[in-house]
Design a protein around this ligand. Structure first.
Ligand code: G3H
Ligand code: 13P
Ligand code: ZN
Length: 308
């Protein structure tokens, strides 16, 4: 019977194989099934994750029960992560409920407070075989529960000190990505110089990239064709992401691309079948679009297909 795994082996293998594991957000059964089926078909390890907003929406017990039931007969490694836990209680609740990894995002706090809170979460989680992700530096962008106006790039020396002080299992770094669908004003650019400095100071250490949706323009075009208003949206180009995956970036967070794909699928279905009232039929179209988006990433960008 397939069980949830923590990040240890999943990231060790990603570092060795020079690929990244996709970390996809879900809020309901349809998104969860789309992610898991796409990864199983690609024979790729996968990370599924819920924000605190998703937990408020669906309920933590419901989400974990769905995950356990859905992974039982799969053959791929699956990790369930709490995305952007804000407090010790958020993380404790996720650990106690069956998550196999938690993120404590205290990057908005002064360094010593970030260290203290991360250490407290690490001690609680490690005692229960759960691994932990923390963040240093801040991403620009706005999400329901995550918002910041400007970038604060990660300082490599601080990253080294932070990992040594906290014993945290992976670190999210800020090198120019941002949450949401308006990532770059001008040309898209990530600070690979900072990434390389961090890699020198923390060799073979798993790093995480948030805000990594590429906002595929064909999906945007479908959504817009069927009535969505999405002017000037843009993401991280796939070739830049692929370059990051070959480095020590082991986990790539994607939420917006899935939201866009689901929305495009629903809009197209309703436009083409205005008589439709069967929930299963329009959800199936939307799930097909989400699956296609994920399979494309695993195969062509993250390089994790056939690595399970
Ligand atoms: O980074 C944050 C995620 O995209 C979560 O988004 O709060 O809308 O669930 P959400
Ligand atoms: P996107 O908004 O780029 O999909 O980022 C999602 C994310 O970082 C979730 O933690
Ligand atoms: Zn994030």
């Amino acid at each position: 019977m397939n069980k949830l795994q923590n990040s240890k082996t999943i990231f060790e293998n990603a570092l060795k194989g020079k690929y990244a594991v996709g970390a996809f957000n879900f809020v309901n059964m349809e998104m969860l099934k789309s992610i898991l089926h796409a990864a199983e078909e690609e024979k790729s390890p996968v990370i599924i994750q819920c924000s605190t907003g998703a937990i408020k929406y669906a309920g933590i017990k419901t989400l974990v029960a769905m995950v356990k039931a859905e992974i039982e007969n799969l053959s791929i490694p699956v990790m369930l992560n709490l995305d952007h836990g804000k407090t010790f209680e958020d993380c404790k609740n996720a650990v106690d409920s069956g998550f196999s990894n938690v993120m404590i995002d205290a990057s908005h706090l002064p360094m010593h407070e970030n260290i203290a809170l991360t250490k407290k979460v690490v001690e609680y989680a490690h005692a229960r075989n759960v691994t932990v992700e923390a963040e240093l530096g801040q991403l620009a962008g706005v999400e329901e529960e995550v918002s910041c106006d400007t970038h604060a790039y990660t300082n490599p020396m601080q990253a080294k000190g932070f990992v040594d002080a906290t014993n945290v299992d992976s670190l999210a770094i800020a090198i120019g990505t941002s949450h949401g669908t308006n990532k770059f004003k001008g040309e898209a650019r990530l600070r690979f110089d900072i990434l390389e400095e961090i890699e020198k100071l923390l060799p073979n250490y798993p790093l995480v990239l948030h805000g990594a949706s590429s906002v595929p323009q064909d999906i945007v075009a479908t959504a817009v064709k069927y009535g969505a208003k999405l002017e000037g949206v843009n993401g991280v180009p796939e070739n830049i992401l692929a370059k990051a995956c070959a480095k020590n970036i082991c986990k790539i967070n994607v939420d917006s691309d899935l939201k866009l794909s689901y929305t495009a699928g629903l809009r197209q279905h309703f436009a083409e079948h205005p008589e439709e009232v069967d929930i299963r039929n329009y959800n199936k179209t939307a799930m097909g679009k989400v699956k296609e988006t994920i399979k494309n990433k695993l195969k062509k960008v993250f390089n994790s297909s056939n690595m399970a």
